[in-house]
Design a protein around this ligand. Structure first.
Ligand SMILES: [Zn+2]
Length: 514
């Protein structure tokens, strides 16, 4: 299907094949499925990244006028401890520990997840299907796979025979001859191939599960991978365009989703065409995976005086396929950048609506003449005001950046540059801010600078922070004394990044937190 391309062609890095590809939707409404949270504990900061990334993808599609149906599943059954095929369910373990019912646990942590999404300005999915509500369909799919000869039974359940799946492991570039049985794959008695996985996890004799269903393979619960195949096909159709998730899903969960779905469909076509994966967030050089435990949450950041939008800005300041190091210093810098952006944007409000490139261009007469290629530049552009041409240039930079595999750091850079540009028109600036924020989602249209600044007062600083600030202020005074203005400015910028404002008075410099 040919797409009518406006501006730069949207291109994504497809994990399937590990290469950049043009994105061409297969339907009027493109289907997007994102693996959602397992709701047995609080989501930590690392868990937020896949959803801010998927939200950015949605904004990019909207920017190009592509309608989306987005499904995010809620895993409230079937996810065993340590992502294994046997053993207890994460939800049941949490319920026993917290002395609550599994339903209470699921409801409580689902709400926590959705609250965090709202705070991060992540657009709600069209549907949040719950795994526990799709078990009959999961049994049906597993039964169909058994009929087709893709499975075998063991006392511990029904297993998918990966040797029967010709393309098994393509997505993960798995080396099946080698020893790819990593730490995440436990030993299962009787399993034919190390990569085989459970479609149904049978109840162990004498150990009655809390969440249990009757099936052709006895009482038990579905395997973890089954839910995503079932719910995505049910809600988006048998084939759909895009599937996203954290990079930890690329070698196991998504590989297994593909194997069982393609075996089920049996039409020889790839089940899903585009697979996009975000990298991890690193905390003290330790990847923040779900089971890491004790990792900071969004609520912790807010309690420390950071705005949720500062965290979103921190995430978007890195490319989704790069690992990001989470540090206090990086968060301070993000908060300071957000504060500066909001302060600078406030006088430009109200902002126009520029959610799509088409809308943005319509607000900027120069854009049509300047985009998408230089050939179209003249003669119309000759008649334009130079300041309009500058705005059109920034708009092109933003469009080029989002089209190039969602290069959010470049959008941020273009936005900041446009706000510092003395030669751009005010209307041009308004359009650029509105367009950039339609993609970044930083709430630049309505965020109050005072809301951003619920920062700690100087009295809340700990000794080390106070020491750092005092040292920098002293160094700056010294640099000024030596007339080393470059160094003095550099230190001032550093202090600015920490949210510290220095004023020079007749009795010497005075600093305060802004
Ligand atoms: Zn999934």
């Amino acid at each position: 299907m040919m797409a009518c391309v406006i501006g730069h062609q949207l291109r994504f890095y497809n994990s399937l094949g590990r290469r950049m590809e043009d994105f061409v939707p297969s339907a009027d409404v493109t289907g997007l499925y994102s693996c959602g949270p397992t709701v047995y504990s609080f989501q930590h900061l690392g868990n937020m990244r896949p959803y801010v990334f998927a939200d950015t993808l949605r904004r990019a599609l909207r920017w190009k006028g592509i309608a989306v149906r987005h499904v995010v599943n809620i895993t409230d059954v079937g996810h065993a401890v340590a992502d294994s095929d046997t053993g207890e369910d994460k939800l049941e373990v949490a319920a026993a520990k917290e002395r609550r019912s599994v339903e209470e646990i699921a409801a409580f942590y689902t709400k926590d997840y959705l609250d965090a999404m709202a705070a991060l300005n992540v657009q709600p999915a069209d549907v949040y299907p719950r795994a526990s509500e799709y078990v009959p369909q999961m049994i049906e799919l597993a039964a169909r796979l058994e009929e087709k000869g893709y499975t075998y039974r063991l006392p511990s359940g029904l297993y998918f025979d990966t040797s029967k799946s010709p393309g098994y492991g393509t997505l993960g570039l798995l080396d099946l001859e080698g020893e790819r049985e990593g730490a995440r794959v436990e030993h299962v008695e009787g399993r034919k191939n190390k990569s085989d996985f459970a479609l149904w996890r049978a109840e162990e004799p004498g150990r009655r599960r809390v969440m249990r269903w009757d099936s052709p393979w006895g009482w038990g619960a579905p395997g973890w991978h089954l839910e995503c195949s079932v719910m995505s096909m049910e809600l988006l159709g048998e084939h759909f365009d895009t599937h996203t998730g954290g990079i930890d899903h690329r070698e196991l969960h998504h590989v297994n989703e593909i194997a069982q779905s393609e075996a089920y469909l049996g039409d020889g076509k790839p089940w899903v065409r585009y697979w996009l994966h975000n990298e991890f967030l690193q905390l003290n050089e330790r990847k923040m995976a779900k089971s890491a435990g004790g990792a900071p949450r969004l609520a912790d950041l807010v309690a420390a005086g950071y705005h949720p939008m500062a965290y979103r800005l921190f995430l978007l300041g890195g490319h989704y396929r790069s690992q990001l190091d989470f540090t206090t210093h990086a968060m301070d810098a993000a908060q300071a950048t957000l504060r500066r952006l909001v302060t600078r944007v406030e006088p430009l409000r109200p902002l126009p609506v520029a959610q799509t490139l088409e809308q943005a261009r319509a607000l900027l007469p120069a854009a049509d003449a300047l985009l998408p290629d230089a050939d179209a530049l003249l003669p119309a552009a000759g008649a334009l005001l130079p300041e309009d041409r500058r705005a059109a240039g920034y708009l092109d930079q933003i469009d080029e950046a989002i089209a190039a595999d969602l290069a959010t750091p470049r959008i941020l850079a273009a936005l900041q540059e446009s706000l510092r540009d003395p030669e751009i028109s005010v209307q041009g600036q308004r359009v650029i801010v509105a367009a950039a924020d339609a993609l970044l989602g930083l709430r630049l249209a309505d965020l109050d600078a005072r809301e951003v600044d619920q920062r700690r007062s100087a009295a809340d600083l700990d000794a080390a922070e106070r020491e750092t600030i005092e040292r920098l202020v002293a160094e700056r005074t010294q640099a000024r004394k030596e007339k080393d203005w470059g160094r003095a400015d550099q230190i001032r910028a550093e202090l600015d990044g920490l949210g510290v404002q220095v004023t020079d008075t007749s009795t010497g410099p005075v600093w305060e937190l802004r």
